[in-house]
Design a protein around this ligand. Structure first.
Ligand SMILES: Nc1ncnc2c1ncn2[C@@H]1O[C@H](COP(=O)(O)OP(=O)(O)OP(=O)(O)O)[C@@H](O)[C@H]1O
Ligand code: NI
Length: 336
């Protein structure tokens, strides 16, 4: 029954809170996420849904205080990595999992040349000396489409798109098993965005790196992802492959995300934003957290969190519309 190939990352029941003076922010609320080896997995949802918190949890980089992982299992290649000693976690961050942030300057040192920064990463991971590391650095720069001679320059001499390419080169320099990209193109203009995405797609094909791509852009998901998890209020409310999510949408929230996109066939058609706002994470609604915004909400939705319902062996939805009593209505929401 289970035809899933090997998992690079397996998160079960992750719960993360930020305990602030204004209350407890329930950022991630029992989230499950499985990333198969060699695949690009899109994590998509509105601002505040818990995407970055999930990613930072994997690397044990949640700001603490106020953040705390309250519960859950995180496995990398089948090995538990939650609660590791600092030294072991550092080795995972350096060798196994790399993260690219939205703002490339998070990862770049303004007073070090580009090539020295990449070479430092390579030297840290490989036995060869500086000269060898610089040679490799030049290969990496070429790979991300930057002329190696520019390695002598400093970050401020580079445009935003070029800086993000450097960060990608750095993230890949240690050949990570898993690359986590947190909105890596959001800060870039549209043409550069497309170039960086193409680059990431090529790298994935070339090296078979598994990727977690965090985005609120369904266009990016369609462009480079194999699997998609839709996150709402710290829960994965729908998960499947591209065809499941784009052509067999089940969750009203996912449907809302699609409806809020401009229609390509009819550019004059109005955007239909999802009504209402993301719930206050310090005071989440009872039952399904989407119910106050949901056109299909039923009595039970205000009372009970919906279990996973599987449409096929991978596509699931957490929504009471698909409880057995309602299933007769079969696919209340259908696209295409
Ligand atoms: N250091 C922090 N202290 C308090 N609350 C935080 C902290 N970091 C995040 N949060 C809160 O946790 C919730 C989840 O935030 P998170 O950054 O994970 O969302 P996100 O999905 O990445 O959003 P975005 O698309 O805006 O990046 C939000 O309500 C956010 O305000
Ligand atoms: Ni974020």
């Amino acid at each position: 029954m289970n035809t899933k190939s090997e998992l690079i990352l397996d998160i079960k029941n992750l719960k993360v809170e930020y305990r602030t003076d204004d209350g407890v922010v329930n950022a991630v609320n029992g989230l499950d996420l499985e990333i198969e080896k060699g695949q690009t997995h899109g994590l998509v949802g509105e601002t505040g849904a818990g995407k970055t918190t999930t990613a930072l949890s994997v690397l044990d980089l949640i700001q603490s205080p106020p953040g705390i992982i309250v519960d859950g299992k995180i496995k990398l290649e089948g090995k538990n990595i939650r609660g590791l000693k600092d030294k072991d976690m550092e080795s995972i961050r350096g060798n196994d999992v790399s993260m690219i942030f939205q703002d490339p300057m998070t990862s770049l040192n303004p007073v070090m040349t580009i090539e020295d920064q990449i070479a430092e990463v390579i030297e840290y991971h490989e036995s060869g000396g500086y000269k060898e590391a610089i040679e490799k650095t030049h290969e990496m720069l070429t790979m991300v489409g930057l002329p190696p001679r520019r390695g002598k320059e400093y970050p401020h001499q580079f445009s935003g798109g070029m800086k993000q390419r450097v960060v990608i080169a750095m993230a890949l320099a240690c050949r990570p098993k898993l690359l986590i990209a947190d909105e890596p193109t959001t800060a870039l203009d549209v043409t550069i965005q497309a170039q960086v995405l193409t680059l990431m797609k090529n790298l994935k094909n070339q090296y078979g790196t598994s990727m977690l791509m965090i985005t609120h852009d369904l266009g990016i998901v369609a462009e480079i992802c194999d699997k998609v998890s839709v996150i709402y209020a710290g829960h994965i409310i729908e998960h499947g492959d591209l065809v499941d999510i784009f052509d067999n949408t089940r969750h009203p929230y996912t449907e809302g995300l699609f409806n809020s996109l401009p229609n390509l066939q009819d550019r004059k058609a109005k955007l239909i934003p999802i009504k209402g706002l993301m719930p206050d994470p310090t005071d989440l609604p009872t039952g399904c957290p989407f119910h106050p915004r949901c056109d299909y909400a039923m009595d039970i939705c205000t009372k009970k969190y919906p279990e996973k319902r599987y449409r096929n062996d991978q596509h699931f939805v957490e929504c009471h519309l698909y409880d057995s009593d309602n299933i007769k209505r079969g696919g209340v929401i259908k696209r295409g």
